[in-house]
Design a protein around this ligand. Structure first.
Ligand SMILES: Nc1nc2c(c(=O)[nH]1)N=C([C@H](O)[C@H](O)COP(=O)(O)OP(=O)(O)OP(=O)(O)O)CN2
Length: 363
């Protein structure tokens, strides 16, 4: 079995203005404009890095916020010559005081951004949406997905950027996406050649094959079938996730006297279960999202609307301890499970993984 890897993640907002004069004349982002940006990091933190055990997420968030303060309510061109999303991510990477940094990303709007992976490679991403119907022909009788139904599907496309690229790829992604949008949007997916069994996995594979023709440096395609479930595909592997929210009380045992985290408080946690496996040839999926949720239900019930500090065998109520506890509680029943994300606030929490493949970039 592969060794367990633990990372922490944090996400911090900042408001700033910029001009991008590398963009062509007339481009709407060339002149002065502003964004509600979000910076996010993932790091494998040394054991003794945080103020005390259990506050790694909080301390990571604080370290990132300290760095991002230099960008907040600023004119970004005063800080860096060409403040594209990827250059902002590089700027943070050079300055942030966080050991074990894994990835760092900038989201300039809900539908676009750039991530730098652990090897320093930039991946520019865009999100698109299409409104379509589908029906899964091979599910057992009575399964709700056997009926014709529909979704507002969201697709995230990540693409590697060349060394000297400066952010124009975001427009290129849009141009490459357009022909696919024409086919997928306001359509019944089952009628599209190659999508007769339109699971998220098959949709991700179909989009990958089509996009690769115009985007050879595609890194991966992510399909969000619903707000809580989806699939990422890199041309070879399929990783699905199912997400649940837990409204629970916590108290940090390790917090010193006087620290407010020693008091009973609470979070709306997000737990995201990731499964990586080959596709079932008949069903066309890794595993039914509904089955993941059903198998997880007994564990969910122990966690949701509960005082987590009362759980037996839980080291503490921080995200990393909760992820480890959850792995012990559910791991055996979900053999394809290879990663659990436990977020205490949006984007801030722990990522525990143990599969042969490292966890993909944030989705
Ligand atoms: N691995 C897959 N599992 C399922 C797929 C799929 O494409 N791949 N598709 C479906 C259905 O089409 C369904 O619409 C989505 O499933 P589910 O997550 O169960 O949707 P809900 O939003 O209804 O989930 P709740 O958490 O219960 O609200 C099924 N499985």
């Amino acid at each position: 079995m592969t060794q367990e890897r633990l990372m922490h993640a944090a996400s911090v907002p900042f408001e700033a203005a910029r001009e991008l004069d590398i963009l062509p004349q007339g481009h709407r982002a060339r002149g002065l404009h502003g964004h509600s940006f979000r910076a996010r990091v993932r790091a494998s933190l040394p054991e003794d890095w945080a103020q005390f055990k259990g506050v790694e997420t909080d301390d990571l968030e604080r370290a990132l916020a300290g760095c991002v303060r230099g960008l907040d309510y600023r004119y970004l061109n005063d800080q860096l010559a060409v403040p594209t999303d990827e250059n902002l991510a590089r700027w943070i990477r050079e300055r942030v005081d966080i050991p074990g940094l894994d990835s760092i990303g900038i989201r300039s709007a809900a539908d676009r951004g750039a991530d730098i992976d652990p090897h320093g490679q930039v991946h520019v991403w865009r999100r698109f949406r299409f409104e379509s119907a589908h029906q899964l022909p091979n599910v057992p009788p009575g399964h709700k997905c056997g009926r014709m139904h529909g979704h507002g599907f969201v697709v995230a496309v990540h693409c590697k950027q060349g060394e000297h690229g400066m952010g124009m790829d975001s427009d290129q992604l849009e141009r490459c996406w357009q022909p696919l949008h024409q086919e997928l949007d306001h359509a019944c997916l089952n009628d599209i050649p190659g999508l007769d069994n339109p699971t998220s996995e098959h949709i991700a594979g179909w989009i990958w094959r089509r996009l690769q023709q115009t985007l050879p440096d595609l890194s991966w395609v992510t399909v969000y079938e619903t707000a809580t479930a989806g699939c990422s595909h890199d041309g070879e592997h399929y990783r699905i996730w199912k997400e649940m929210s837990l409204d629970s009380a916590v108290r940090l045992n390790n917090a010193p006297q006087g620290d407010r985290r020693r008091r009973i408080h609470g979070h709306s946690f997000t737990v995201r279960l990731h499964l990586l496996a080959g596709l079932d040839q008949v069903m066309g999926w890794v595993m039914d999202y509904g089955d993941v949720k059903t198998l997880f239900r007994p564990v969910f019930e122990r966690l949701d609307h509960q005082p987590l500090h009362g759980l037996p065998d839980l080291a503490d109520t921080d995200p990393a301890s909760l992820a480890r506890w959850t792995r012990r509680a559910i791991g055996d029943q979900l053999p394809a499970l290879d990663r659990i994300d436990f977020y205490q606030t949006p984007g801030c929490g722990a990522i525990l993984s143990w599969g042969a493949r490292p966890p993909a970039l944030p989705i």
